[in-house]
Design a protein around this ligand. Structure first.
Ligand SMILES: [Zn+2]
Length: 71
């Protein structure tokens, strides 16, 4: 497996997913676990990575509703 790629089974559709760890972005992160949103076939998975880029937790977001903050 290539460096920086993570394998997981999609908890929604049970397919295997390979997704790339955004290592450059994660270097900016100060607090872990850091959420990484993975778009898979229209559903969204929120994968929490710890500071060693190991999968700490996964959440399912089937409907992606964007909450808009008011200024
Ligand atoms: Zn899926």
């Amino acid at each position: 497996m290539a460096e920086g790629l993570k394998w997981m089974q999609c908890p929604v559709c049970k397919e295997s997913i390979y997704w790339e760890i955004p290592t450059e972005e994660l270097k900016q992160v100060k607090r872990f676990p850091a959420p990484v949103v993975v778009n898979h076939n229209g559903h969204y998975l929120i994968c929490y990575l710890d500071s060693h880029y190991q999968l700490a937790d996964t959440e399912i977001a089937i409907a992606n509703v964007e909450g808009k903050a008011k200024k």
